[in-house]
Design a binder for this molecule. Structure first.
Ligand code: TNX
Length: 522
């Protein structure tokens, strides 16, 4: 929150440079004309306004669960950032002048579904706790600007009813903390930012050739040695198990499930450099700080390798409340296909033994997929088809659409372009159920946007590559295909400029988006 205040002068300069005028009064827009992202399933407007005032109370029944209480406190905190007012949370379910949050288990809405009803004197939001949290994001987007020094009163919220739920149960983002390391506070900010767009999974790529980033008690060298550097030779870093759990709980309070990835058998130079016995020739290679891929492999024929994997997965499963562990499996060019299959079949068994389900990159479909294994499609359509033939579900992360390390265009300084340039419209104009012949919505668990960090080393750089493309991918995962039209979306997205800027987000102001227009005064 402090950060918002200190960036205000920078922000104003930024807006001026972009030709965006801060709003001096909120436009009086009907609920159906607002710029919510992802677009809700159904919105009905009733032509009046609820006025947010300092006397308003946030109400919950005194019987509600801790989770709902946390939702109410989260809403109060966010409203304070937006308005400067400390609205109290209290147990007074029926009254006016309130925003009431209530828990309701309705069979007609999935877990993340919610109903937001805005009347002139009361706002009520109901659903299961995670649905209410998603609804809180919708409500916050109905406020003018996300900073009390930029938005001016009155705070008017148009009346009506929103009934909403996601098309896909999985809407993910991935952060590669191996190529460059990002600390707990940076990951928390990442979580806060993705929560706005109703992302519900954060996949952390915790190990690769350049760095091992999670402390493993039974193999301490992984972090003391394997975590000691990064791409370009920087200092690296790692999370202690306590720090990892802190991230897990922070995410969980925002209804985001952490999926930890330990990439294997390839992408393992950091581990191989830390323990000679994991190498077939018994010799540890040097630490690696370059950006090549596909040159390293655990020794799949040695028993100690499986002891190593068992220890790592056991310790990881114990601090991972979510259902999945990601075992990588990509670009294992140093492993023969037979060895790869044997290795993956055995490792899936280890993950199952610790009561977790497997996710693997699309190459894993060559193996015999264990019950409940999920395949993350990034490159080969054939692999996705193989996965579906085995009854597995897919996470769709086609590199040509969702890889947020891809440059926007030829002028982008950060990132790579081996898969494609991905402009803001390219990241939005695709459909996970239409990408691959024979693969339909029923085979797809959802979408994920990975951010690889070979070229990215600061939070500002993360934000620049993430925003605004992530908002579009989040909408693909949430909003029914028939409600997704680029020409309409781009105007809504343009309306998020001030909101993102007020949060100090360093986003790419693509020329394809009419920034700020919809936020101009009437
Ligand atoms: C491919 S995607 C990789 C990563 C790189 C990325 C760079 C995948 C499963 N493997 O190791 O970081 O390209 O864009």
């Amino acid at each position: 929150m402090k950060k918002v205040y200190c960036i205000i002068p920078v922000l104003l300069l930024f807006l001026l440079l972009k030709g965006i005028q801060p709003v001096s009064a909120q436009p009086r827009t009907a609920l159906t004309q607002t710029s919510i992202i992802p677009h809700p399933v159904s919105v009905q407007a009733t032509d009046r306004f609820f006025q947010l005032q300092p006397e308003i109370k946030i109400c919950i029944a005194d019987t509600v669960t801790k989770a709902m209480k946390r939702n109410a406190e989260y809403l109060a905190d966010q409203l304070e950032i937006a308005t400067g007012w400390e609205l109290p949370v209290q147990a007074t379910p029926k009254a006016t002048g309130i925003i009431s949050l209530s828990e309701s288990i309705r069979d007609d809405l999935p877990d993340e579904g919610y109903v937001l009803h805005i009347a002139q004197d009361t706002i009520s939001l109901s659903g299961r706790p995670e649905g209410v949290f998603r609804g809180v994001q919708t409500l916050l987007q109905l406020l003018p600007v996300y900073s009390d020094t930029l938005s001016t009163q009155p705070f008017l919220i148009p009346t009506g009813t929103i009934r909403d739920y996601p098309v896909y149960p999985y809407r993910g983002a991935m952060l590669d903390v191996s190529r460059h390391f990002f600390g707990v506070e940076e990951v928390k900010r990442f979580i806060d930012l993705i929560a706005i767009y109703k992302i519900n999974f954060l996949h952390l790529h915790l190990s690769d050739d350049q760095g091992w980033r999670l402390e493993i008690d039974s193999w301490p060298g992984l972090t003391t040695h394997g975590g000691s550097t990064a791409v370009g030779g920087g200092a690296g870093g790692f999370y202690t198990q306590d720090e990892f759990e802190e991230i897990v709980w922070y995410a969980q309070e925002r209804y985001i499930t952490i999926i930890p990835e330990i990439d294997m058998p390839g992408h393992t130079n950091a581990a191989l450099a830390s323990y000679p016995e994991l190498n077939c020739d018994g010799k540890a290679p040097e630490l690696y700080t370059g950006t090549r891929v596909g040159f390293s492999s655990l020794c799949t024929s040695k028993e100690v390798t499986y002891q190593f994997v068992d220890d790592v997965i056991r310790e990881l499963a114990a601090i991972t409340p979510g259902p999945y562990i990601h075992i990588g499996g990509d670009e294992s060019h140093e492993t023969s296909i037979e060895d790869y299959i044997r290795f993956m079949n055995r490792v899936q068994g280890i993950v199952r033994k610790y009561d977790k389900k497997v996710i693997g990159w699309d190459e894993i479909a060559h193996a015999k997929l264990a019950d409940g294994s999920v395949v993350q499609h990034w490159a080969e359509a054939k692999n996705a088809t193989k996965a579906v033939e085995q009854g597995a579900k897919l996470i769709m992360s086609p590199a040509t659409k969702t890889y947020l390390d891809m440059q926007y265009d030829s002028t982008t300084v950060l990132g790579q372009n081996w898969a494609s340039y991905i402009e803001v419209d390219d990241a939005y104009k695709w459909d996970p159920a239409l990408m691959i012949a024979g693969i339909d919505q029923e085979h797809v668990l959802g979408v994920e946007a990975p951010l690889w960090t070979e070229t990215i080393s600061t939070m500002d750089e993360i934000e620049y590559m993430l925003f605004p493309r992530l908002a579009g991918i989040a909408e693909i995962g949430w909003t029914p295909a028939e409600n997704r039209k680029w020409d309409e979306y781009k105007t809504r997205l343009g309306d998020h400029a001030l909101r993102l800027a007020a949060m100090g987000v360093n986003f790419y102001a693509s020329e394809k988006v009419p920034w700020g227009q919809a936020t101009q005064e009437e």
